[in-house]
Write a protein that binds this ligand. Structure first.
Ligand SMILES: Nc1ncnc2c1ncn2[C@@H]1O[C@H](COP(=O)(O)OP(=O)(O)OP(=O)(O)O)[C@@H](O)[C@H]1O
Ligand SMILES: [Mg+2]
Length: 309
């Protein structure tokens, strides 16, 4: 629509008023046939709790696929297995088995935990509901527990991927020592709900601090996926893919750049590539060089090493 409007405006500027008017009429007419865009709330089909629920979730309809991720082979295989078990859920259920549906993702920032939740949803064609922990955690424990129950109810009714991002904050967010006992109870009620859950949704918890979570917690999950900083090979692939999508002509030594990026996360390296491409575009150049990427990586590194005063 907006492209058509731009064309109409462009034609009007060129003095083609008749054509421009006709275009505008066509756009107006087409608009009448377009259904209003679905909003986050409308994907949840039960009206009563809609207001409260939409506050608890951010809703996405991801197009991301597993193939968009650069991962060690073993990790790719484990993810493919999860997808397969969900696609063939009916077969498994027919034998009284259930697919892996409670996943714990742990690992350093920027290594693909959130992206994995998007990719699994994208592969399965399911919406992704990201649970907003800030909305879940209230000062009032009873209220938090009630909201948790609401979320688990929704999991039963609406098949989707549910992501509890920064999951460790359930245990530690309110660092106030007086609260620890209460947060522990919230965690316990989460674990009980999780343990009892047998619906068709996929429940994913992600954390940067896997080591801080206790054994009792691990037992409740069907699969633990540990993410790590990328090897030089994986970085090479990440950079290759990012540059392949860029509008610039790259003549770059991927190995040199990847080696310089060692120790950085996928996210940092993707970001450095973006920075280098932006810099080039703004400078009116189109030939991306190894040195441009090395400079961008250096900049990311010094940014990360800076301490916040
Ligand atoms: N395995 C990967 N393959 C390709 N790109 C990746 C991968 N991991 C991360 N990225 C890139 O980094 C971005 C951020 O990754 P993501 O949000 O998944 O990190 P995270 O592990 O959830 O980090 P955090 O702990 O900070 O939440 C992604 O949008 C993607 O561009
Ligand atoms: Mg994340």
């Amino acid at each position: 629509m907006s492209i058509a409007m731009q064309v109409a405006a462009g034609e009007a500027r060129k003095g083609h008023t008749e054509f421009s008017e006709e275009l505008r009429r066509m756009i107006e007419k087409a608009k009448e046939h377009i259904a209003p865009r679905q909003t986050a709330g409308e994907t949840i089909p039960f009206a009563a709790a809609r207001g409260e629920l939409s506050e608890l979730f951010a809703v996405f309809h991801p197009q991301t696929k597993l193939a968009d991720m650069v991962l060690p082979e073993a990790m790719q295989a484990r993810m493919a297995r999860i997808v397969d078990e969900h696609r063939q859920m009916a077969l498994l259920r027919g034998h009284n088995l259930h697919p892996r549906q409670k996943l714990l993702l742990s690992g350093p920032p920027g290594c693909g935990k959130t992206m994995t939740a998007h990719a699994l949803a994208g592969e399965l064609g399911l919406p992704l509901f990201v649970v907003r922990l800030d909305a879940l955690m209230t000062k009032f424990l009873g209220e938090t527990a009630a909201k948790l129950r609401l979320i688990f109810d929704s999991m039963e009714k609406v098949r989707a991927v549910y992501l509890f991002d920064e999951f460790d904050s359930i245990g530690t967010e309110r660092g106030n020592p007086g609260d620890v006992g209460e947060m522990r109870r919230v965690l316990n009620s989460f674990l009980m709900l999780l343990e009892g859950y047998r619906g068709n949704s996929l429940v994913i918890a992600a954390t940067n601090h896997g080591h801080a979570l206790d054994q009792a917690l691990f037992r409740r999950f069907d699969d633990l996926l540990s993410f790590a900083l990328p090897s030089i090979d994986l970085l090479t692939e990440t950079i290759r893919r990012r540059l392949a999508m860029s509008p610039t002509k790259a003549s770059v030594s991927l190995v040199k750049v990847a080696t310089a990026g060692e120790g950085l996360s996928y996210a940092e390296v993707v970001r450095a590539c973006d920075e280098a491409i932006k810099f080039l575009l703004l400078a009116g150049r189109s030939d991306l060089k190894t040195a441009d990427l090395l400079a961008a990586l250096e900049e990311r590194r010094s940014f990360l090493n800076r301490t916040i005063l």
